[in-house]
Write a protein that binds this ligand. Structure first.
Ligand code: MTE
Length: 303
């Protein structure tokens, strides 16, 4: 476990006592962003005008994808080796139509939309990302969720020959994640297929990655090859690696600090050297849409 500790998420990226910059406009804009997305009105940025998306270069060159190395620039350098065509996703467990689904088959049954989402890493940096993707609920509905299902488990590709990080025991491979069924069915939860109207680059999780915008980024598992409906809480890689530091829920919460740093503020990538930090918003700005999912839960306990 001592070895693991060194590899835990990104403590070196966090500047604990950096300046704090209150940006009211962002707080005002958060709800409108998400609602635009739910209504499916194409680019969902109305009313949140100061949420300028990060550049293509920022989004595709500053990444966490440990299968390709632990440095922020390793994924862009190394992920080109990953073969993403053909691509199949095994969907199994408590579903009516289990099977191995070809990506083209999955995409033929869904509507691709643009979603401009905030993205908040547990390391206390953030971006604004213009994803293309489809609601996970559409896919789950198509395969038929059985009444006993309570959780959805996800698994990343396991192919050490193409993923150099998987040749070392940095994490227990393959990377896995999980959501409660109601979280997975929420209209904000998408499977992303693109960025800036281009196919998702490998380093961002091509060809298909989960995006759950109100949770810390590590829940958004990349390059998904298996989706399993289950009645028990599935394992999640960072939670298993260090359960004290990374909870199963991992909802963005400025009031619940990481044991080694504050989560009250964040550093916006591309904000410039002197931009200061911005306040982190409850549920990453999506509280209006998702807080009812956790009604009555102690969010410090179920972190
Ligand atoms: N998925 C896999 N398979 N492997 C990873 O290392 N890193 C996670 C998440 N999904 C990761 C992953 C973390 S810690 C973050 S912050 C986001 O991916 C980063 O996504 P981005 O590189 O597209 O910004």
């Amino acid at each position: 476990m001592a070895g693991r500790w060194r590899n835990s998420l990104c403590w070196s990226d966090v500047t604990p006592r950096a300046a704090y910059l209150n940006r009211r406009q962002i707080m005002a804009g958060a709800g409108a962003l998400a609602l635009g997305g739910i209504a499916g009105q194409g680019r969902a940025a109305t009313g949140a005008d100061d949420l300028t998306p990060n550049s293509w270069d920022e989004i595709t060159s500053y990444n966490n994808y440990y299968e390709f190395g632990t440095g922020k620039e390793d994924p862009r350098r190394n992920a080109g080796q990953m073969v993403t065509d053909p691509w199949t996703v095994e969907i199994n467990g408590l579903v009516d139509k289990p099977g191995s689904y070809d990506l083209a088959d999955i995409l033929s049954g869904v509507t691709i939309e643009e979603r401009l989402y905030r993205f908040r890493c547990v390391e206390a940096w953030s971006m604004v990302i213009p994803w293309q993707g489809f609601e996970l609920a559409d896919l789950l509905t198509r395969v038929g969720v059985q009444p006993g299902a309570k959780y959805v488990a996800f698994q990343t590709l396991h192919r050490p020959a193409e993923m150099p990080g998987q040749r070392s025991p940095i994490l227990d491979w393959p990377y896995v994640e999980g959501l409660r069924l109601d979280e997975a069915m929420h209209p904000l939860t998408i499977m992303a297929t693109g960025l800036y109207d281009k196919p998702l680059p490998n380093q961002n999780g091509a060809p298909l990655r989960l995006v759950v915008p109100w949770k810390y980024g590590f829940k958004s598992i990349k390059s998904v090859v298996r989706i399993t409906l289950t009645d028990t809480q599935p394992p999640a890689t960072w939670n298993q690696t260090n359960p004290r530091e990374y909870g199963f829920y991992s909802n963005v919460n400025p009031q619940v600090d990481h044991p080694r740093w504050s989560q009250a503020t964040e550093r916006r990538i591309g904000g410039g050297l002197f931009a200061g930090r911005e306040p982190t918003l409850m549920f990453n700005g999506y509280a209006e849409e998702v807080s009812q999912l956790y009604a009555g839960m102690d969010l410090a306990k179920f972190f």
